[in-house]
Design a protein around this ligand. Sequence first.
Ligand SMILES: *[C@@H]1O[C@H](CO)[C@@H](O)[C@H](O)[C@H]1NC(C)=O
Ligand SMILES: *[C@@H]1O[C@H](CO)[C@@H](O)[C@H](O)[C@H]1NC(C)=O
Length: 150
Amino acid sequence: MFKNTFVLAALAACASAQNVIIASPPALATLFPGQSVVVDVDRVPSLTGSQDVAVAIGIQSCVGLAPAGTCDGVDTTGNIGTPLFSGPYTPQPVGNGHSDLFQNFTVTIPEFLPAGPAVLSVAHFGLVIGVEPFLEVVNQTVIIGNDAAF
Ligand SMILES: *[C@@H]1O[C@H](CO)[C@@H](O)[C@H](O)[C@H]1NC(C)=O
Ligand SMILES: *[C@@H]1O[C@H](CO)[C@@H](O)[C@H](O)[C@H]1NC(C)=O
């Protein structure tokens, strides 16, 4: 019993150590159709020898899918929307005394996205302890600006 609890706790700790965050753009950043945007995908260094494999970055407009001005109830874990990037994730140390790892991806916001809230999602695939497949989807709500203003 104790041993099982310990193993579960260790697994939970190691699963959470895989989590990436979208360090940039910040929440509710205004992005414009056609704009090039840096998506900064960060994570803490792994203590368990886990291996990063790949990311896919997508964007989904919330206009018409959620109450006006919000992304309430939109879930991108099964559909990241329009793919903006997919490929290897090989984060490098941030440096400057920070232990975090980061990788910047430059993507282009699609021209056809309507003004209003949208969800930027990063699907992250890795191998825990080098063998166990691991997939998570993290997100950031952003605001698509009116492109007349860009
Ligand atoms: C974004 O991530 C949060 C935290 O994991 C989650 O509660 C929310 O449902 C996600 N939003 C979308 C649009 O997937
Ligand atoms: C990565 O992107 C972030 C956000 O734009 C920026 O602050 C940082 O300087 C970039 N890092 C590198 C090494 O380009």
